[in-house]
Design a binder for this molecule. Structure first.
Ligand SMILES: *[C@@H]1O[C@H](CO)[C@@H](O)[C@H](O)[C@H]1NC(C)=O
Ligand SMILES: *[C@@H]1O[C@H](CO)[C@@H](O)[C@H](O)[C@H]1NC(C)=O
Length: 875
């Protein structure tokens, strides 16, 4: 990248990478600058009145900029409601655009070169803490482990207790990697980054496998990820599962000759800039990012990564590992007891992440492990009385109390490290294909299993099944690489002339009636051919739904082959009133299905008195492999993905009529249905469907009501959102995703939509010409996310009467501790009784005494002492 000399001088100060940002003295912004469109960055910065701090992570043309804070009178609330100086400066530049005076050319080109500008706020990510379950007394039965120890020279004292590697009691339930070790497959040459709360790199069980260059502390902005807070143990424990050294300390990691690095982000708040940089840190030499965290698992949050973080994840899969793609492994979440689902978490429901849920040592589904259609696999973790045994922070320390989906994800990451050590050229999508193909059904009588169109088994609880390390790596060895990715983003369906603005306000739509309101869309062979699309992998469904209570809403999509993916089931604690303004769900259940034919989206609710809603729109996208790899293009992330494209006017060329051959809408009467009741037993289960017992889709008797047929197939996005622009200027509420405020600018839209429109279906009769792009673009404005941030994390403010037990339990730990950032939910599931006796597995190690477990300090804004502050237990 060529930089102006002055900028070069400025940046050369910060050559060492991410710098600590002083949020107390400055406001920070992320700025995406297109150097081809306007003047150099330095000039843009001076017009906006900001200093350029440094490049933002690994993202080309993204910059961190800042401005000194104004006086002490500027409280956060004032700033939320009042003018932001930098946005105001950009808006002033932009407002000259429609004035066709040539002297405004400079201002115009400056404004046009700013594709994205977002003020940064600090937020706290949440560890996927295990619910406490006490280990049962071990039998000291080494019958299966001993021969392996003898054969491979394993002298780690806790190896026999590592049931996730060799399970003495239930031998069929283990990660199944010892036969790979016997073949010499131990992870050599692969680095896994633990994006977590630090890493005890001096621990005897980690030191030899620690890769310092790939490590960084984004909480304290230091080079080494030293655990500092009292409970910074999580990263070390996860690292031990992957690369615990084969020696005489604790147990071993599944890939015990691989390397681990620590990227510390969970020990305090981080900005989106830092989170984005963390997910791309050293991404040429780091293969896997093991992420056991996410938005709060409280059954009421719905949050996706902001634009810059999504860009970083996309950058990772497109450019990481020399273009083969970073492997992002995410824990599905521990909120199942609160009816949380991994499709309400934008990290776990991303097509770019591998989502891992948990099963316990009996192979049962632990009550914490979140179900959803985006679940790919399960790996072993705590439940039915046992935890994961691994390394712990502190000299010579080990633990037998690690667990939750937090511990399932690293077990999977470790198997992926083994696979990459024998086939480093596998791409991120090859890894997912191997997962789908080698996963094994577990508890075959569990009613949650269904057959997919491709003949596989899928379950919301188990994904495609348990990860069998041996099968995964063995198939990896002979696997033929998949062709590059192709995708089909189908036109959005406006239901009942529904509309949305960029700021998330929705209007129109059809009422959600008893039995559900449905809308259909038909995919043709031409749709696939035009997009060079061969075989289906993921589908995503973006929905626009207004509702008085989001947790009442159920969403499901049914494919042409009658395969239904439940995308949202009832969430009894989610009382949010903003509905689903362009929320994206994901399903892996349609993998290898022929997508041609009619897809049906059904939106229903529980029919509670006075709590109603409208189905406003939806948009289906298919991701899979290309037919012709020579025509492959690079996927571009849209700045406008949360906007429901709509026609210029309701009475426009295809407004209210239903000329579209591919889309219809109807309503059905309602069968009653609820999620299964609370299943908060520590013992796992394998006899309940993840969501409904009597799901509407299974009710063959339901009569159907005549379609009102007001859905409209929208041919392209190009015209659609121009009609909404006038409303954007006055609208100040950005709905979700971005940390604070996002300004989106016209030129980016123009470029993006021009590109995209080339791929789109555009029957001429469905749109009218625009008056002139320049005028329309000039009207583009920003949405704003204000108080919403707090609402999302105002954890336990509102709840449902019928869940009083649940809520009482919840309130114990997080009574309205809404800090400015994310709810830190350590201890959220912590219902442990300190009096319960616990036993150590052996005397060879020592755990921390409970009374020494201090509650979290300053880094935990919402923590409000509830007895034991630890998110897990150390006996
Ligand atoms: C390991 O994989 C092999 C081959 O699929 C299988 O026969 C064996 O039962 C598996 N063992 C475990 C513990 O999963
Ligand atoms: C990263 O890997 C490349 C080749 O794969 C190698 O040339 C380079 O030295 C590595 N960098 C570090 C810091 O290890």
């Amino acid at each position: 990248m060529r930089l102006p000399f002055s900028l070069f001088l400025l940046l050369s100060h910060f050559a060492a990478g991410a710098r600590k940002h002083t949020f107390d003295t400055h406001d920070y912004y992320i700025l995406e600058h297109d150097p081809l469109v306007g003047p150099p960055l330095s000039q843009v910065a001076s017009h906006l009145g900001v200093q350029v701090v440094e490049p933002a992570g690994e993202l080309d043309n993204f910059w961190v900029v800042r401005i000194p804070k104004q006086g002490p009178s500027t409280s956060p609330s004032e700033r939320d409601g009042g003018e932001d100086r930098v946005y105001a400066a950009l808006e002033a530049l932009r407002s000259t655009i429609s004035a066709r005076d040539p002297s405004h050319h400079v201002a115009r080109s400056i404004a046009n070169s700013v594709k994205h500008l977002a003020r940064q706020e600090l937020r706290q990510r949440v560890k996927r803490a295990p619910p406490p379950i006490y280990p049962s007394q071990d039998d000291d039965d080494h019958a299966l482990a001993q021969p392996i120890m003898d054969e491979l020279g394993i002298h780690d004292p806790l190896f026999p207790a590592q049931w996730h590697i060799i399970n003495e009691k239930y031998p069929e339930h283990a990660m199944n990697v010892t036969r790979l070790w016997e073949k010499g497959i131990t992870g050599v040459g692969i680095v896994t980054a633990l994006v977590d709360d630090g890493l005890d790199y001096e621990h005897e069980d980690i030191a030899d496998n620690f890769w310092a260059p790939g490590s960084y502390d984004y909480n304290d902005h230091q080079n080494l990820p030293t655990p500092k807070l009292p409970d910074d143990r999580h990263g070390t424990r996860c690292a031990g599962q992957i690369a615990g050294v084969k020696n005489t300390v604790c147990g071993v990691g599944i890939a015990y000759d691989s390397k681990v690095s620590g990227v510390r982000i969970l020990s305090g708040s981080v900005s989106d800039i830092d989170e984005a940089a963390a997910l791309n840190f050293h991404y040429q030499n780091t293969s896997i990012y093991s992420c056991s965290w996410g938005p709060a698992d409280n059954g009421k949050s719905m949050e996706s990564p902001s634009y810059v973080i999504e860009r970083a994840i996309l950058n990772g899969v497109q450019n990481g590992r020399d273009g083969k793609g970073s492997i992002f492994v995410f824990a599905s979440g521990n909120g199942a007891r609160h009816a949380d689902q991994c499709n309400f978490d934008g990290y776990t429901n991303s097509i770019y992440s591998v989502t891992i849920s948990a099963v316990d040592l009996k192979g049962l589904h632990p009550p914490y492990s979140e179900p959803c259609a985006a679940n790919l696999l399960v790996a072993y973790s705590s439940g039915s009385g046992n935890h994961i045994v691994t390394t712990d922070r502190g000299k010579g320390r080990c633990t037998n109390t690690h667990g939750g989906t937090s511990a399932a994800a690293p077990n999977a990451a470790a198997v992926f490290a083994l696979a990459l050590s024998v086939r480093p050229e596998l791409t991120w999508r090859d890894m997912q294909h191997l997962a789908v193909r080698t996963a094994e059904i577990i508890n075959p009588d569990d009613p949650d299993w269904e057959k997919t169109a491709a003949g596989r088994h899928f379950s919301y609880k188990y994904g495609y099944g348990r990860l069998n390390g041996y099968e995964f790596v063995t198939l990896a060895q002979e696997w033929e690489l998949v062709k590059p990715q192709a995708w089909v983003e189908l036109p959005a369906v406006q239901v009942g002339n529904g509309k949305s603005t960029l700021s998330g306000d929705m209007s129109g739509g059809l009422p959600i009636v008893p039995g559900g309101t449905t809308s259909t869309f038909t995919i043709t062979s031409e749709d696939l051919e035009r997009n060079n699309f061969d075989k289906l992998e993921h589908i995503t469904v973006r929905v626009w739904i207004k509702h008085h209570r989001r947790g009442d809403v159920e969403v499901e999509v049914t494919s042409p082959n009658e395969i239904t993916s439940i995308l949202a089931a009832r969430r009894r604690l989610d009382a949010d009133k903003d509905g689903f303004p362009g929320w994206r769900f994901m399903s892996v259940k349609h993998w290898d299905e022929d997508p041609r034919g009619t897809w049906t989206l059904r939106v229903s609710d529980i029919g509670a008195e006075g709590r109603t809603g409208h189905f406003v729109g939806w948009q289906l996208a298919l991701y899979g492999s290309t037919k012709d790899p020579s025509l492959v293009q690079e996927y571009q992330l849209s700045l406008f993905e949360k906007l429901l494209p709509s026609l210029p006017s309701p009475n426009g060329p295809s407004g209210d009529n239903d000329e579209s051959p591919s889309s219809t809408t109807k309503v059905h009467p309602k069968p009653t249905d609820h999620l299964p009741g609370d299943h908060g037993e520590t013992e796992g289960e394998a006899d309940k469907p993840a969501f409904h017992d009597d799901h509407p889709a299974n009710d063959a008797t339901k009569p159907s009501i005549t379609a009102t047929a007001s859905a409209t197939m929208i041919p392209t996005a190009d015209e659609g959102w121009f009609s909404d622009m006038s409303t954007l200027v006055s609208n100040q509420k950005w709905v979700f995703g971005a940390a604070s405020i996002v300004i989106m600018f016209g030129i980016a839209a123009g470029i993006f939509l021009c590109r995209r429109s080339l791929r789109r279906r555009r029957p001429a009769e469905h749109y009218s010409a625009l008056p002139g792009d320049e005028v329309a673009l000039g009207a583009m404005s920003h949405g704003r996310r204000g108080p919403r941030t707090k609402e999302l994390y105002d954890a336990f403010g509102e709840h449902d009467d019928d869940d009083s037990d649940e809520n009482t339990a919840l309130r114990v730990d997080s009574p309205g501790g809404a800090g400015p950032g994310l709810e830190f939910h350590e201890g959220f599931l912590d219902d442990e009784d300190p009096n319960t006796p616990r036993t150590a597995l052996t005397s060879a190690y020592r755990d921390e005494p409970e009374k020494d477990t201090p509650s979290r300090g300053a880094a935990s804004p919402s923590r409000s002492g509830s007895g034991d502050g630890s998110w897990e237990h150390a006996s």
